[in-house]
Design a protein around this ligand. Sequence first.
Ligand SMILES: Cc1cc2nc3c(=O)[nH]c(=O)nc-3n(C[C@H](O)[C@H](O)[C@H](O)COP(=O)(O)OP(=O)(O)OC[C@H]3O[C@@H](n4cnc5c(N)ncnc54)[C@H](O)[C@@H]3O)c2cc1C
Ligand code: FES
Length: 274
Amino acid sequence: MNALAPPSFTPRAEAAPAEVLAHRELNGEYRHLVLRAGPVAAGAKPGQFFQLLCPCPPGEAPYLRRPMSLYGADPAQGTVEFLYKIAGAGTRGLATLAVGEHLDILGPLGKGFTLDPAWRSIVVVGRGAGLATLAPLARMARLAGIAVTAVLSARRPELVVSEALFRAEGASVVSVTDSDGSSAPAHVEEILRGLVASGRCDAFFTCGSARLLRLQQMLAREFSLPGQVALEQQMACGLGICFCCVRDFAVEGEIVHKRVCWDGPVFDMHEAVA
Ligand SMILES: Cc1cc2nc3c(=O)[nH]c(=O)nc-3n(C[C@H](O)[C@H](O)[C@H](O)COP(=O)(O)OP(=O)(O)OC[C@H]3O[C@@H](n4cnc5c(N)ncnc54)[C@H](O)[C@@H]3O)c2cc1C
Ligand code: FES
Protein backbone atom coordinates (compact mmCIF):
# COMPACT_ATOMS: atom_id res chain seq x y z
CA MET A 1 0.00 0.00 0.00
CA ASN A 2 1.21 3.52 -0.79
CA ALA A 3 2.04 5.09 2.58
CA LEU A 4 1.01 8.50 1.23
CA ALA A 5 -2.43 7.39 0.00
CA PRO A 6 -5.28 8.85 2.08
CA PRO A 7 -7.10 6.26 4.19
CA SER A 8 -10.31 5.09 2.52
CA PHE A 9 -13.31 6.90 3.96
CA THR A 10 -16.95 5.97 3.57
CA PRO A 11 -19.22 8.71 4.90
CA ARG A 12 -22.07 7.61 7.16
CA ALA A 13 -24.04 10.75 6.35
CA GLU A 14 -23.88 13.45 3.72
CA ALA A 15 -25.79 16.47 2.43
CA ALA A 16 -26.80 16.10 -1.18
CA PRO A 17 -29.56 17.15 -3.55
CA ALA A 18 -32.12 14.40 -4.17
CA GLU A 19 -34.51 14.37 -7.11
CA VAL A 20 -38.24 14.15 -6.48
CA LEU A 21 -39.54 10.97 -8.16
CA ALA A 22 -43.05 11.03 -6.71
CA HIS A 23 -44.97 13.29 -4.36
CA ARG A 24 -48.50 12.34 -3.42
CA GLU A 25 -51.15 13.83 -1.16
CA LEU A 26 -52.50 11.07 1.11
CA ASN A 27 -55.20 13.12 2.79
CA GLY A 28 -55.74 16.71 3.91
CA GLU A 29 -52.72 16.58 6.27
CA TYR A 30 -50.14 14.04 5.05
CA ARG A 31 -47.90 13.75 1.97
CA HIS A 32 -45.69 10.90 0.71
CA LEU A 33 -42.41 11.93 -0.90
CA VAL A 34 -40.10 9.60 -2.88
CA LEU A 35 -36.60 10.82 -3.78
CA ARG A 36 -33.73 9.52 -5.85
CA ALA A 37 -30.71 9.81 -3.53
CA GLY A 38 -27.14 8.60 -3.31
CA PRO A 39 -26.04 5.29 -1.78
CA VAL A 40 -25.27 6.85 1.60
CA ALA A 41 -28.83 8.17 2.01
CA ALA A 42 -30.41 5.02 0.57
CA GLY A 43 -28.53 2.97 3.17
CA ALA A 44 -30.55 4.59 5.98
CA LYS A 45 -32.06 2.32 8.63
CA PRO A 46 -35.53 2.42 10.24
CA GLY A 47 -35.65 4.98 13.04
CA GLN A 48 -32.89 7.14 11.55
CA PHE A 49 -33.75 10.60 10.25
CA PHE A 50 -32.68 13.25 7.75
CA GLN A 51 -32.42 17.02 8.05
CA LEU A 52 -34.35 18.47 5.10
CA LEU A 53 -33.56 21.87 3.63
CA CYS A 54 -37.18 22.73 2.93
CA PRO A 55 -37.92 25.12 0.07
CA CYS A 56 -39.61 28.43 0.91
CA PRO A 57 -43.38 28.38 0.57
CA PRO A 58 -44.90 31.59 -0.83
CA GLY A 59 -44.29 34.52 1.54
CA GLU A 60 -42.42 32.43 4.18
CA ALA A 61 -38.79 31.54 4.84
CA PRO A 62 -38.30 28.50 7.11
CA TYR A 63 -35.10 28.91 9.12
CA LEU A 64 -32.90 25.81 9.64
CA ARG A 65 -33.44 22.31 8.29
CA ARG A 66 -36.38 20.20 9.47
CA PRO A 67 -35.91 16.68 10.90
CA MET A 68 -37.86 13.89 9.17
CA SER A 69 -37.77 10.16 9.85
CA LEU A 70 -37.01 7.66 7.17
CA TYR A 71 -40.24 6.13 5.85
CA GLY A 72 -38.58 3.86 3.30
CA ALA A 73 -35.22 3.24 1.64
CA ASP A 74 -34.21 1.02 -1.24
CA PRO A 75 -30.44 0.77 -1.68
CA ALA A 76 -30.84 -1.12 -4.98
CA GLN A 77 -33.00 1.64 -6.48
CA GLY A 78 -31.17 4.45 -4.65
CA THR A 79 -34.41 5.84 -3.23
CA VAL A 80 -35.49 7.26 0.12
CA GLU A 81 -39.05 8.04 1.19
CA PHE A 82 -40.63 10.37 3.72
CA LEU A 83 -44.18 10.57 4.95
CA TYR A 84 -44.88 13.93 6.52
CA LYS A 85 -47.61 15.98 8.07
CA ILE A 86 -47.97 19.61 7.05
CA ALA A 87 -47.35 21.46 10.32
CA GLY A 88 -45.81 24.86 9.52
CA ALA A 89 -43.59 26.82 7.11
CA GLY A 90 -41.02 24.05 6.51
CA THR A 91 -43.47 21.31 5.70
CA ARG A 92 -45.64 23.78 3.73
CA GLY A 93 -42.50 24.40 1.66
CA LEU A 94 -41.93 20.66 1.22
CA ALA A 95 -45.47 20.35 -0.08
CA THR A 96 -44.61 22.68 -3.00
CA LEU A 97 -42.01 20.26 -4.43
CA ALA A 98 -42.86 18.95 -7.89
CA VAL A 99 -41.60 15.80 -9.59
CA GLY A 100 -38.19 16.52 -11.14
CA GLU A 101 -37.26 19.21 -8.60
CA HIS A 102 -34.50 18.67 -6.04
CA LEU A 103 -34.45 18.69 -2.24
CA ASP A 104 -31.23 18.96 -0.22
CA ILE A 105 -31.21 16.17 2.36
CA LEU A 106 -28.63 15.62 5.11
CA GLY A 107 -28.38 12.14 6.54
CA PRO A 108 -28.93 9.48 7.55
CA LEU A 109 -28.61 10.73 11.13
CA GLY A 110 -29.02 9.28 14.59
CA LYS A 111 -29.50 5.81 15.96
CA GLY A 112 -32.37 3.69 14.70
CA PHE A 113 -34.36 0.71 15.96
CA THR A 114 -32.70 -2.59 16.84
CA LEU A 115 -34.25 -6.06 16.86
CA ASP A 116 -33.18 -8.96 19.05
CA PRO A 117 -33.01 -12.16 16.95
CA ALA A 118 -34.47 -14.05 19.94
CA TRP A 119 -37.78 -12.16 19.61
CA ARG A 120 -40.66 -13.89 17.81
CA SER A 121 -43.30 -11.12 17.99
CA ILE A 122 -43.24 -7.39 18.61
CA VAL A 123 -45.97 -4.83 19.22
CA VAL A 124 -45.73 -1.45 17.51
CA VAL A 125 -47.92 1.33 18.89
CA GLY A 126 -47.95 4.79 17.32
CA ARG A 127 -49.99 7.89 16.78
CA GLY A 128 -50.20 10.62 14.16
CA ALA A 129 -46.94 11.38 12.35
CA GLY A 130 -45.25 8.85 14.66
CA LEU A 131 -46.76 6.15 12.45
CA ALA A 132 -44.44 7.27 9.64
CA THR A 133 -41.39 6.69 11.86
CA LEU A 134 -42.57 3.23 12.91
CA ALA A 135 -43.67 1.97 9.48
CA PRO A 136 -40.25 0.81 8.16
CA LEU A 137 -39.93 -1.40 11.26
CA ALA A 138 -42.55 -3.70 9.71
CA ARG A 139 -40.19 -4.66 6.87
CA MET A 140 -37.15 -4.90 9.12
CA ALA A 141 -39.06 -7.29 11.41
CA ARG A 142 -40.41 -9.40 8.53
CA LEU A 143 -36.89 -9.84 7.14
CA ALA A 144 -35.77 -10.94 10.63
CA GLY A 145 -38.66 -13.45 10.87
CA ILE A 146 -40.38 -11.47 13.65
CA ALA A 147 -44.17 -11.08 13.62
CA VAL A 148 -45.61 -7.58 14.09
CA THR A 149 -48.87 -6.40 15.60
CA ALA A 150 -49.38 -2.70 14.89
CA VAL A 151 -51.77 -0.56 16.91
CA LEU A 152 -52.25 2.61 14.88
CA SER A 153 -53.86 5.61 16.55
CA ALA A 154 -55.18 8.79 14.94
CA ARG A 155 -57.85 11.43 15.39
CA ARG A 156 -59.95 10.16 12.49
CA PRO A 157 -59.87 7.00 10.29
CA GLU A 158 -58.54 8.85 7.20
CA LEU A 159 -55.53 10.06 9.26
CA VAL A 160 -54.35 6.53 10.10
CA VAL A 161 -51.28 6.67 7.85
CA SER A 162 -48.92 3.73 7.10
CA GLU A 163 -51.67 1.12 7.50
CA ALA A 164 -51.22 -0.22 3.94
CA LEU A 165 -47.46 -0.53 4.41
CA PHE A 166 -47.84 -2.44 7.69
CA ARG A 167 -50.36 -4.80 6.04
CA ALA A 168 -48.17 -5.27 2.94
CA GLU A 169 -45.34 -6.40 5.23
CA GLY A 170 -47.62 -8.98 6.86
CA ALA A 171 -48.34 -7.15 10.11
CA SER A 172 -51.61 -7.60 12.00
CA VAL A 173 -53.13 -4.15 12.22
CA VAL A 174 -55.55 -2.65 14.74
CA SER A 175 -56.62 0.94 14.06
CA VAL A 176 -57.97 3.07 16.88
CA THR A 177 -59.37 6.57 16.51
CA ASP A 178 -60.60 9.46 18.61
CA SER A 179 -63.71 9.77 16.46
CA ASP A 180 -65.17 6.45 17.65
CA GLY A 181 -63.50 6.55 21.08
CA SER A 182 -61.41 3.41 20.43
CA SER A 183 -58.14 5.32 21.01
CA ALA A 184 -59.04 5.89 24.69
CA PRO A 185 -56.15 4.75 26.94
CA ALA A 186 -58.32 2.16 28.72
CA HIS A 187 -59.22 0.50 25.40
CA VAL A 188 -55.63 0.53 24.08
CA GLU A 189 -54.50 -0.94 27.41
CA GLU A 190 -57.03 -3.75 27.01
CA ILE A 191 -55.66 -4.49 23.50
CA LEU A 192 -52.05 -4.48 24.71
CA ARG A 193 -52.79 -6.67 27.73
CA GLY A 194 -54.48 -9.17 25.37
CA LEU A 195 -51.39 -9.25 23.13
CA VAL A 196 -49.07 -9.80 26.09
CA ALA A 197 -51.35 -12.53 27.51
CA SER A 198 -51.44 -14.35 24.15
CA GLY A 199 -47.63 -14.35 23.88
CA ARG A 200 -47.54 -11.89 20.96
CA CYS A 201 -45.39 -9.24 22.61
CA ASP A 202 -41.67 -9.82 23.16
CA ALA A 203 -41.06 -6.05 22.97
CA PHE A 204 -42.87 -2.72 22.54
CA PHE A 205 -42.01 -0.05 19.97
CA THR A 206 -43.61 3.38 20.01
CA CYS A 207 -43.58 6.92 18.60
CA GLY A 208 -45.85 9.93 18.49
CA SER A 209 -47.65 10.04 21.84
CA ALA A 210 -46.44 10.63 25.39
CA ARG A 211 -49.67 9.05 26.68
CA LEU A 212 -49.09 5.83 24.71
CA LEU A 213 -45.44 5.83 25.80
CA ARG A 214 -46.46 6.01 29.49
CA LEU A 215 -48.96 3.18 28.99
CA GLN A 216 -46.36 0.93 27.39
CA GLN A 217 -43.75 1.80 30.01
CA MET A 218 -46.22 0.74 32.70
CA LEU A 219 -47.01 -2.58 30.95
CA ALA A 220 -43.37 -3.22 30.06
CA ARG A 221 -42.43 -2.79 33.73
CA GLU A 222 -45.30 -5.01 34.88
CA PHE A 223 -44.39 -7.84 32.48
CA SER A 224 -40.60 -7.26 32.41
CA LEU A 225 -40.58 -6.54 28.68
CA PRO A 226 -38.08 -4.45 26.72
CA GLY A 227 -39.13 -1.54 24.55
CA GLN A 228 -37.87 1.23 22.30
CA VAL A 229 -39.25 4.72 21.70
CA ALA A 230 -38.48 7.11 18.83
CA LEU A 231 -38.62 10.61 20.30
CA GLU A 232 -39.54 13.77 18.40
CA GLN A 233 -37.87 16.88 19.74
CA GLN A 234 -37.36 20.35 18.31
CA MET A 235 -33.93 20.31 16.64
CA ALA A 236 -31.50 22.82 15.16
CA CYS A 237 -28.30 21.18 13.91
CA GLY A 238 -29.39 17.52 14.11
CA LEU A 239 -25.69 16.66 14.41
CA GLY A 240 -25.08 16.66 18.16
CA ILE A 241 -23.40 20.09 18.18
CA CYS A 242 -25.89 22.68 19.42
CA PHE A 243 -27.46 20.80 22.38
CA CYS A 244 -30.90 22.27 21.67
CA CYS A 245 -32.52 18.81 21.64
CA VAL A 246 -31.37 17.70 25.11
CA ARG A 247 -33.93 15.80 27.20
CA ASP A 248 -33.91 14.14 30.60
CA PHE A 249 -33.59 10.35 30.81
CA ALA A 250 -33.80 8.11 33.86
CA VAL A 251 -30.79 5.80 33.80
CA GLU A 252 -30.15 3.47 36.75
CA GLY A 253 -32.01 5.76 39.15
CA GLU A 254 -30.27 8.95 37.99
CA ILE A 255 -31.48 11.70 35.68
CA VAL A 256 -29.05 12.12 32.80
CA HIS A 257 -29.20 14.49 29.83
CA LYS A 258 -28.99 13.15 26.31
CA ARG A 259 -29.18 14.70 22.87
CA VAL A 260 -32.13 13.27 20.97
CA CYS A 261 -30.45 13.78 17.58
CA TRP A 262 -27.17 12.15 18.57
CA ASP A 263 -27.91 9.60 21.30
CA GLY A 264 -31.27 8.73 19.65
CA PRO A 265 -33.81 9.48 18.35
CA VAL A 266 -34.53 5.84 19.28
CA PHE A 267 -34.05 5.17 23.01
CA ASP A 268 -34.67 2.42 25.52
CA MET A 269 -38.33 2.95 26.41
CA HIS A 270 -37.60 2.46 30.13
CA GLU A 271 -35.19 5.42 30.16
CA ALA A 272 -37.49 7.97 28.53
CA VAL A 273 -39.07 10.51 30.88
CA ALA A 274 -42.52 10.97 29.37
C1 LIG B 1 -36.28 12.79 14.66
C2 LIG B 1 -37.57 13.38 14.13
C3 LIG B 1 -38.28 12.70 13.15
C4 LIG B 1 -39.47 13.24 12.64
N1 LIG B 1 -40.13 12.54 11.69
C5 LIG B 1 -41.27 13.02 11.18
C6 LIG B 1 -41.97 12.30 10.17
O1 LIG B 1 -41.55 11.23 9.72
N2 LIG B 1 -43.12 12.85 9.68
C7 LIG B 1 -43.60 14.04 10.16
O2 LIG B 1 -44.66 14.48 9.70
N3 LIG B 1 -42.97 14.74 11.11
C8 LIG B 1 -41.81 14.26 11.63
N4 LIG B 1 -41.14 14.98 12.59
C9 LIG B 1 -41.68 16.29 13.01
C10 LIG B 1 -41.23 17.35 11.98
O3 LIG B 1 -39.83 17.53 12.10
C11 LIG B 1 -41.94 18.67 12.30
O4 LIG B 1 -43.32 18.53 12.06
C12 LIG B 1 -41.40 19.76 11.41
O5 LIG B 1 -40.07 20.06 11.75
C13 LIG B 1 -42.25 20.99 11.55
O6 LIG B 1 -41.62 22.01 10.80
P1 LIG B 1 -42.51 23.15 10.15
O7 LIG B 1 -41.62 24.23 9.71
O8 LIG B 1 -43.46 22.58 9.14
O9 LIG B 1 -43.43 23.62 11.34
P2 LIG B 1 -43.02 24.65 12.49
O10 LIG B 1 -43.63 25.97 12.16
O11 LIG B 1 -41.58 24.57 12.81
O12 LIG B 1 -43.84 23.99 13.65
C14 LIG B 1 -45.25 23.69 13.48
C15 LIG B 1 -45.67 22.85 14.64
O13 LIG B 1 -44.90 21.61 14.66
C16 LIG B 1 -44.22 21.48 15.90
N5 LIG B 1 -42.87 20.98 15.67
C17 LIG B 1 -41.84 21.66 15.11
N6 LIG B 1 -40.71 20.91 15.07
C18 LIG B 1 -41.05 19.72 15.61
C19 LIG B 1 -40.33 18.53 15.85
N7 LIG B 1 -39.03 18.45 15.58
N8 LIG B 1 -40.98 17.51 16.41
C20 LIG B 1 -42.29 17.59 16.71
N9 LIG B 1 -43.04 18.69 16.49
C21 LIG B 1 -42.43 19.75 15.97
C22 LIG B 1 -44.13 22.87 16.49
O14 LIG B 1 -44.08 22.82 17.91
C23 LIG B 1 -45.42 23.51 16.02
O15 LIG B 1 -46.51 23.15 16.83
C24 LIG B 1 -39.97 14.47 13.14
C25 LIG B 1 -39.26 15.15 14.13
C26 LIG B 1 -38.07 14.61 14.63
C27 LIG B 1 -37.32 15.33 15.69
S1 FES C 1 -30.20 19.36 17.38
FE1 FES C 1 -28.22 20.17 17.77
S2 FES C 1 -27.47 18.80 19.28
FE2 FES C 1 -29.35 17.89 18.71
